[in-house]
Every structure is written in structure tokens, then in C-alpha cells.
Ligand binder design. Structure first.
Ligand code: NAG
Ligand code: NAG
Ligand code: NAG
Ligand code: NAG
Ligand code: NAG
Length: 495
């Protein structure tokens, strides 16, 4: 039988170390694995991870992302605190003496009473595939050196490993009569903000970095700094977050998608332009996929075609996002990039009580296309927990026929929620009970995912909790590529 998750909430504190899973009669697995530390406190601003690099006007918050559609370009971004300095990048291939130079641009913005430092963005194009490059920023007073490796050429059988990091957000809803666990945690929540910049965020990042599966690039499912959790959305927390994640994102591209914590909408204090800090700080190559907004775009990387969508921008019929996606999906050539991955912050399927059905209108709008175009997997964040669905679709409904429940559909995407990077709001324990049949596995632990593409027909997904050893998987699934599987099925059917 299903369990009453609200009722057992307080027990989590007592059974913190008990590991195990329960099978509900309706759905898949609801793990009762609970991490030992339910509290997610922010790292203080004097923590090692936020340290300023030494030297006058030294570049900080260095981060890279893909800079073109095919993976031969990189956008390098960084911040200089005292003066604009130089927007130039010097770069060279490993084993090459030829140093090249590219010059980017510098931008600043104001937010309420905050003035940003100098934010530099420099796009380098026409790099060689599968090559290690060194690069240097801060030309002038203090230079700093980093490196990255470009992906292999786009092609169907190119193995490639993506990491998945999510950070997450919940509205803290403490009801003293029922949510004992949440009250105990809530005292700690109030100390701050989520990947956020808590001790758990740091554990998630360390865990990802230590995973022997060695991710080559990160698909980031939204909610970066949680600066909006501070008074007046204290944008200094955007800066501290940039310093925190530099140790990883300066060396491998993070493919960005925007979450609700990127909206930073504060019109009563004159901040009515949504996504202002995010879009000034995190550039993405949206124009190269014909998009008109950095909030939705696509890239090809090795054997994957990645479509990033915005849960918090207009997406109904005739909107720019809708029109872009409708022209985008038919362009995906599965002979070239067999793996079709969609990233969006708010999950279309989630069985946690917080944020329940928030993705429903977007599901109604887009699920039919994800099924039609055989999207292999949709990755989301938002919900402060992990969940994986069965392959289901819920698109048969036509207002009269009553067919409005998800049903098995072997050519529907798997929906995976990785909203568990470690934000200050804590984990979610309240789940829809009994577990619905479309939910294959759910667990409220912090962790990260690895999507490991082996070839054009097979990929392996693993989800790793922070509490476990670096190689341990809390959940895993072999993916058979939907496009190639459907061709195989139809050819064997016609025999
Ligand atoms: C964050 O993690 C890194 C790597 O494990 C460690 O060196 C550092 O001390 C941690 N910092 C905090 C504040 O937890
Ligand atoms: C901005 O405003 C906040 C809250 O009113 C205040 O605490 C902070 O010191 C101000 N910062 C600056 C740079 O004036
Ligand atoms: C799809 O990609 C394959 C492999 O790269 C190529 O041979 C084919 O021409 C492409 N099809 C279209 C319609 O571009
Ligand atoms: C693709 O990878 C899977 C899993 O590693 C393997 O079983 C399969 O044989 C591979 N296919 C080809 C054509 O190599
Ligand atoms: C080459 C260069 O950018 N030098 C600058 C270093 O910093 C001082 C201020 O301390 C500037 O005046 C220089 O122009």
C-alpha cells in the first residue's frame, strides 16, 4: 500500500541512516533513502569557495559554454572588479606554439542599488574538434590561465558524457500541525538561499567532479545562484556563485537553461526587466540556432542535439518560443545526431507535492511534439528531489473522449528531474500518494546525473546521490535511442 508521506515526515530525522526502498502498489519505487543531514545552510561569504583571486583587477567568475551550433566555438566569460581592463582572450592548442587572440565585449548592469562589475564575453570560433586548448584572460595587470577540451566532431556514433546538475527551488510552506520535519529544517532554511551556494551545493559539485564517469560538459537545468533569496535580490550573490562554480565551469562548458530564480522580477523596486542579471552574465549561442532569445536555443554536441527551452517565457501558440521550436524540431537529423535531448527547468511530469502540476500547461502544449519527434529524454530541475518516469504519454485527450491519463508509450521520452543540487530551501519529502504508475523512481536526495552516450543506439543514465561513494548509482537506466529503435521495430514488423 502507499504510505502517508506527510505522517511519516518526522520519522526521517530518526531514520536518517536507514537505506531502503518501498514499492507502492500503483507506481514504481519511492525510495525512503534519507540523507543524514537534512539541513542545507549557505556557505558564509568568507568560505574558501568564494575567495577572490589575488591581484589588482584579477579576472574572476570565469565560465565557458558552447559558442556555436556545432561545437567548434566556445564563449568565454569572466568578470573584472575594479576597471574594465581587457576583453581579450589569448588561446592556443596543446602542443602548439601559435598563440591566437580574440577580443570580446564588456557589459555592466545595475540592479536596484547594485552596480555590477565588468562582465566580459568573448566568443572563439573555428576551433579544432577533440582538442585541448589553453586560454588566458585578464590581459594587462593580472592574467589567469585555464583550459578546455573541444568535443569530437558531430556524428552519429560519437561517445560523449554529459553531467546533469540541478539546483532547485521550493516555496517553503511550513504547517506546524503536519510538517514537523519541515519546521525543524525551516529554522536552518532561513539562514539564507540553493545549486545555490550551500554546503550541499558544494558537495554536489565535488561529487560530480569526483565521479569516475567523468562528464565532459554539464547540462544545467536552471536556478543558478539563488541571489533572489536575499534581500533586494542581493546581486553580490551572483558574484559569489560565479566564483564558487568557476573551479568546474572554467574548464568544461555548462549548457545553461533558465529557472524561476533567474527571473529576478522586482518591479516595486524598479526592476521590471525579467532575467536581467542572468542574461548579462550568462551568454549562450542562441543566434546560431535561429533563436531570437537567449532563453531558448539549441546546440549539437558530438552525437547529441540539445534543445533548451524556457519554462518562464511565453510558450503558447504563435509565441516566439513556439514558432522557433516548430521550425527547430524538423531540422534535427537523427542520422547525424541520434540523441535528441530537451532541457527545461520545470518538469512536465512530477509527483512531488511542491510544484505539483506547475508544468501542466507546458505539457499540454509540447508533449505531443516530443512524442512525434521521438525526443529521447527531457531533463528538468525545479523540484527539490530526483524522479524518473516510465515512458508514458498523455496526448490522446480531445475534451470529449475522457482519455486524460498517462498511458504507456514506448516512443515517448523519459522525463528526469534532477532538481537536487543543494539549495538552501532543503529537500522535498511530500509525494503524491500512492505513487502514480508513470513515476518509475523518486527519491528526495541531493545528487547529480550522468548521461553517457555509448553509440547511436545506446546511452546509459546514472543518478548519484551525494551521500554515496563517487561511483555508486542511486538509480540508473539504459536508453535505447528512440529514432533507431522505431526504425528497427518497423523493419522487424514488416518481415
Ligand atoms: C567545497 O568543496 C571543496 C572540494 O571538495 C573543498 O576543498 C572546500 O573546502 C569546500 N568548501 C566548503 C565551504 O565547503
Ligand atoms: C542596498 O540596499 C540594501 C537594503 O536596503 C542595503 O542593505 C545595502 O547596504 C545597499 N547597498 C548599497 C551598495 O547601497
Ligand atoms: C543527415 O545526416 C546524414 C549524416 O550526416 C547525411 O548523410 C544526410 O545528408 C543528412 N540529411 C539531411 C536531410 O540533411
Ligand atoms: C552500442 O553500445 C551498446 C552498449 O555498450 C552495445 O551493446 C552495442 O553493441 C553497441 N552497438 C554497436 C553497433 O556497436
Ligand atoms: C597594462 C595595464 O592594464 N596596466 C594597468 C594596471 O593597473 C593600474 C592601476 O593599478 C593601471 O593604471 C594600469 O593601466
Amino acid at each position: 500500500m502507499g504510505m502517508n508521506w506527510v505522517g511519516v515526515g518526522s520519522v526521517y530525522l530518526l531514520v536518517g541512516l536507514i537505506l531502503g526502498t518501498l514499492r507502492s502498489c500503483n507506481g514504481g519505487i519511492s525510495s525512503i533513502y534519507a540523507r543524514t543531514n537534512g539541513i542545507s545552510a549557505d556557505m558564509p561569504l568568507n568560505s574558501d569557495v568564494f575567495a577572490l583571486p589575488p591581484g589588482y583587477n584579477a579576472p574572476q567568475q570565469v565560465h565557458i559554454t558552447q559558442g556555436d551550433h556545432e561545437g567548434k566555438g566556445v564563449i568565454i566569460s569572466w568578470v573584472t572588479p575594479n576597471e574594465p581592463g581587457s576583453s581579450e582572450v589569448t588561446y592556443w592548442a596543446e602542443n602548439s606554439d601559435i598563440k591566437k587572440h580574440a577580443v570580446g565585449t564588456v557589459v555592466t548592469y545595475k540592479y536596484y542599488n547594485y552596480s555590477s562589475p565588468y562582465i566580459h564575453h568573448c566568443t572563439i570560433k573555428n576551433l579544432q574538434y577533440d582538442t585541448k586548448y589553453f586560454y588566458e584572460v585578464g590581459i594587462g595587470n593580472v592574467t589567469r590561465q585555464f583550459w578546455f577540451t573541444t568535443p569530437p566532431a558531430v556524428g552519429p556514433d560519437v561517445p560523449y558524457t554529459f553531467g546533469l546538475i540541478g539546483i532547485t527551488t521550493i516555496t517553503i510552506n511550513v504547517d506546524p500541525s503536519t510538517h514537523l520535519t519541515e519546521i525543524l529544517f525551516a529554522n536552518r532554511y532561513l539562514s539564507t538561499g540553493d545549486l545555490g551556494q550551500t554546503f550541499d551545493s558544494n558537495r554536489t559539485l565535488t561529487h560530480y567532479e569526483s565521479n569516475p564517469a567523468k562528464g565532459n560538459a554539464v547540462l544545467f537545468v536552471g536556478d543558478l545562484s539563488y541571489a533572489d533569496a536575499y534581500p533586494m535580490h542581493d546581486n553580490n550573490r551572483w558574484d559569489s556563485w560565479g566564483r564558487f562554480v568557476e573551479r568546474n565551469v572554467a574548464y568544461q562548458p555548462w549548457i545553461w537553461s533558465a529557472g524561476n530564480h533567474e527571473i529576478d522580477f522586482l518591479p516595486e523596486y524598479g526592476e521590471g526587466e525579467p532575467f536581467k542579471p542572468y542574461t548579462h552574465r550568462y551568454y549562450v549561442p542562441y543566434k546560431s540556432s535561429g533563436s531570437t532569445s537567449p532563453l531558448w536555443y539549441s546546440i549539437k554536441r558530438a552525437s547529441a542535439y540539445i534543445i533548451v527551452m524556457s519554462s518562464y517565457s511565453a510558450y503558447g501558440m504563435y509565441t516566439p518560443q513556439y514558432k522557433w521550436l516548430m521550425s527547430e524540431l524538423p531540422k534535427v537529423n537523427r542520422s547525424e545526431t541520434p540523441w535528441l535531448i530537451v532541457v527545461m527547468h520545470c518538469p512536465l511530469y512530477s509527483t512531488y507535492v511542491h510544484h505539483y502540476m506547475e508544468g501542466e500547461t507546458m505539457r499540454v502544449m509540447y508533449e505531443q511534439y516530443f512524442v512525434q519527434y521521438k525526443v529521447d529524454v527531457v531533463f528538468s530541475g525545479h523540484v527539490h528531489a530526483y524522479e524518473r518516469t516510465e515512458r508514458v504519454s498523455n496526448i490522446a485527450y480531445d475534451i470529449e473522449n475522457g482519455r486524460c491519463s498517462p498511458r504507456n508509450d514506448k516512443f515517448a521520452p523519459v522525463y528526469i528531474t534532477i532538481g537536487d543540487g543543494g539549495n538552501q530551501e532543503g529537500l522535498l519529502y511530500d509525494m503524491v500518494d500512492p505513487q502514480p504508475g508513470y513515476s518509475a523512481y523518486r527519491e528526495p536526495s541531493y545528487g547529480h546525473g550522468i548521461f553517457d552516450i555509448k553509440n547511436k543506439t545506446h546511452a546509459y543514465f546514472g543518478w548519484h546521490r551525494n551521500q554515496d561513494g563517487y561511483a555508486v548509482e542511486g538509480d540508473s537506466l539504459w536508453f535505447e535511442n528512440l529514432h533507431w529503435k522505431s526504425l528497427q521495430d518497423s523493419s522487424s514488423a514488416s518481415l
